[in-house]
Write a protein that binds this ligand. Structure first.
Ligand SMILES: NC(=O)c1ccc[n+]([C@@H]2O[C@H](COP(=O)([O-])OP(=O)(O)OC[C@H]3O[C@@H](n4cnc5c(N)ncnc54)[C@H](OP(=O)(O)O)[C@@H]3O)[C@@H](O)[C@H]2O)c1
Length: 360
């Protein structure tokens, strides 16, 4: 079965650069509102790239078409009605092309109750890819913890973006492993209170809550972050020896020219396609065969001929996260590499960081 995938520009600056071929001139900084208005008016949905022949480790094949909806990231939250209409246009095009399942990249998976509304309104299933994103994020965390030699039950971890779909699932999995949690949420809702009581009743872990991001970042040495806002964490303000696993797209950690060596910023939710001895796939500006987990999940569903809305809505069943991890292993699509701002983290700099982590 073949698949479709829908993406969006990762920032207003990227959007600005991508628009001129489609009749929207390069507008200077300070014209964001005009640019966003133009994007809403034009409603651009365009081809980004095709993956003509994806080959899994066991030789199964599929192909995919990737479309881009030209809105700024924040417009997917600010203009959900218009964004949903454009997602329907994109889905119809992907259906006509022959897709059997559609993956929703980045914030396209957040619109309309996290994929539920789109899934009800079109005739092919969609997935946010969040189950595989969570699975691969946990794998990266386990690798870091194993290499630092820590015990899970000694650890306290901060989770920013609670109770988002990804953060909620990550919190549940970590609590089951015995990891103590600090939840950073914008507000203390009844959902959050119920979650905290459930964790306290069913596990031995401590759960703390804060609505202050700066406090949350100081309360533990390992931070998971998956908000829908982006650019909320300044790496220069982190304590020495902090690890941040940044799952958000757009990123939550601001990219600085000068990178600190005493903090580790890891791109979360990234998986690697098997190369099977062939050349690297050509995909937009992604590095080699490293792709976001949401695209990885869409490819896995296509390879398995499973035309189903695997991950939609806020609550992701833990069994599904485990199931998609097994499929990833079967097809050789796994969270293999430690990556920071799209570049591999060398073993040498990782080991240097581990020493700093242990001594702080
Ligand atoms: N790496 C990958 O492959 C991959 C795959 C899928 C998704 N993603 C990305 O992961 C992120 C989260 O996705 P999701 O599906 O979990 O979205 P979601 O369900 O909308 O969760 C985002 C959560 O972040 C909260 N939030 C926003 N700003 C915050 C702030 N300043 N401080 C604390 N919390 C804040 C939101 O709260 P409110 O609801 O109260 O606003 C919401 O609960 C998105 O950026 C998405 O693009 C990455």
């Amino acid at each position: 079965m073949d698949f479709g995938f829908i993406m969006h520009p990762r920032s207003l600056s990227e959007l600005r650069i991508m628009l001129p071929p489609y009749g929207i001139p390069f507008l200077p900084l300070g014209t964001s509102d005009i640019l966003k208005e133009l994007c809403l008016k034009k409603g651009l949905v365009k081809d980004l790239f095709d993956l003509k022949n994806v080959v899994s480790e066991n030789g199964t094949r599929c192909a995919g078409k990737v479309l881009c909806v030209y809105l700024a990231p924040e417009q997917f939250l600010e203009n959900q009605g218009a964004a949903l209409e454009l997602l329907k246009v994109a889905s119809d095009r992907l259906k006509d092309w022959g897709a059997g399942v559609i993956g929703l990249g980045g914030l396209t998976g957040v619109v309309g109750s996290r994929g539920k509304e789109l899934n009800e309104q079109i005739s092919i299933p969609v997935t946010s890819g969040n189950c595989f994103t969570v699975h691969s994020t946990i794998k990266v965390f386990e690798r870091i913890v194993n290499e630092t030699g820590f015990d899970f039950s000694d650890l306290k971890v901060t989770i920013v973006g609670f109770p988002g779909s990804i953060s909620l699932a990550v919190s549940q999995i970590l609590a089951k492993k015995g990891v103590n949690l600090v939840l950073v949420s914008k507000r203390e809702t009844s959902f959050l209170k119920q979650f905290v009581s459930l964790i306290k009743d069913t596990t031995d872990v401590d759960v703390e809550f804060t609505n202050s991001l700066s406090d949350g970042l100081k309360m533990s040495k390992i931070i998971f972050t998956a908000t829908s806002t982006g650019s909320i964490i300044d790496p220069d303000l982190l304590d020495k020896g902090t690890v941040v696993i940044d799952i958000a797209q757009p990123r939550d950690v601001i990219e600085k020219k000068k990178k600190r060596e005493d903090v580790l910023i890891v791109d979360g939710g990234i998986v690697t396609l098997p190369s099977n001895g062939r050349k690297k796939y050509k995909m937009f500006d992604w590095n080699g065969n490293d792709i976001p987990g949401c695209l990885g999940e869409t490819i896995l569903l296509a390879l398995e001929d499973r035309s189903e809305p695997f991950s939609i809505g806020r609550k992701l069943p833990i069994e599904k996260i485990e199931e998609i991890g097994v499929l990833g292993k079967k097809h050789g699509i796994v969270a293999d590499n430690l990556i920071s701002f799209k570049k591999p983290i060398s073993n040498e700099s990782f080991q240097k960081f581990v020493e700093i982590f242990k001594s702080n």
